[in-house]
Write a protein that binds this ligand. Structure first.
Ligand SMILES: Nc1nc2c(ncn2[C@@H]2O[C@H](COP(=O)(O)OP(=O)(O)OP(=O)(O)O)[C@@H](O)[C@H]2O)c(=O)[nH]1
Ligand SMILES: [Mg+2]
Length: 298
């Protein structure tokens, strides 16, 4: 009798190391948004990889860092709680160990789960000696189950992750249907795709002050399109001005880029309307956080 294996693997690490790029490569679809700005991911997102003999559920998490506002504290909690909820942890790094890693390694120790070290962005490293330097700096600090140097962006050695992890999964059935790729709804992903474009087009505090909610989705039978209306929330009137840009130019660009991606996601033409609204200091208001889908009790 063949034995089927299954389990949950959390992808954790500092902001911007490439966790979401990695989960998209592993699943083979864009289920998580990616950007060069730190703190891109704000929720945990499951990516389900189903093969005949095993099913691995990867959990993308927000980058661990010590933010001061309530949103950042909530986000950190989301990532930390993911560590204790899974069978295996994949710890993604993109440089040599420094003191900021100590907190994270402490979380691993407390959770007592097997941890694999993924050294990402090796395409940026000039030689193998540089990769070895990074690996050695971590090996002396934690008893990792295994180490995988890779490039999530280029897809190099990403398949090694599966190879290494599967033997560590327990025997068990599938948790999710074989055609399920993610637990994130299309609606949520649409909002995230809009936020991704905003991250690319804004600087400094603006990217972090933005939240996006899809207000309505309606089929327009006459035009054979789907009308999507989204609300972009910022904290201050000045941020609203920046986002809209001179003559509405910036918002137009964001809208065009987001529409392209949502077209692809829904396999149909969409009409996108974006509205910007100021909600003073929403990142520090528990009520606002809750209504925007951030919950502390994750
Ligand atoms: N050169 C290179 N860049 C990469 C690689 N993987 C990710 N990146 C880039 O690193 C940046 C951050 O990627 P994300 O996947 O958004 O990183 P993240 O760890 O999910 O970030 P947070 O959600 O903010 O914690 C993006 O600009 C990616 O294109 C890689 O293997 N090589
Ligand atoms: Mg991310």
């Amino acid at each position: 009798m063949s034995s089927h294996r299954s389990g949950f693997v959390a992808i954790v690490g500092r902001p911007n190391v490439g966790k979401s790029t990695l989960i998209n490569q592993l699943i083979g679809e864009k289920i998580a948004i990616m950007s060069p700005k730190p703190q891109t991911t704000r929720h945990r997102i499951m990516g389900v990889l189903t093969k005949p003999d095993y099913q691995i559920t990867f959990v993308d998490t927000p980058g661990l860092h010590k933010g001061k506002d309530l949103l950042n504290k909530t986000i950190d909690k989301i990532a930390v709680s993911a560590i204790s909820d899974v069978d295996i942890v994949l710890y993604v790094v993109d440089r040599k160990k420094d003191d900021t890693a100590d907190d994270i390694l402490r979380y691993f120790k407390a959770a007592g789960v097997p941890v694999f070290l993924a050294v990402n962005k090796i395409d940026l490293l000039p030689s193998k000696a540089h990769i070895d330097d990074i690996i050695l700096s971590y090996l002396s600090a934690y008893p990792f189950e295994g180490v995988i140097p890779m490039s999530a962006k280029q897809g190099t050695y990403v398949d090694k992750i599966e190879e290494l992890i599967v033997p560590h999964l327990s025997e068990g059935p599938r948790f999710f249907p074989e055609d399920m790729k993610t637990d994130q709804s299309e609606e949520k992903l649409m909002g995230e795709l809009i936020r991704e474009k905003i991250l690319y087009h804004t600087e400094q505090e603006v990217p972090h002050a933005v939240a996006v909610v899809i207000e309505s989705l309606t089929e327009n039978e006459e035009l054979n399109t789907i009308d999507v209306s989204a609300l972009i929330i910022v904290e201050r009137p000045t941020q609203k001005q920046i986002l809209i840009g001179k003559g509405g130019e910036k918002m137009k660009k964001i809208g065009m880029e987001a529409r392209k991606e949502i077209n692809q996601l829904l396999h149909t033409k969409i009409h996108l309307s974006l509205w910007v609204k100021v909600k003073k200091d929403w990142r520090n208001r528990p009520g606002d956080l809750k209504s925007l889908g951030f919950s502390e009790d994750v």
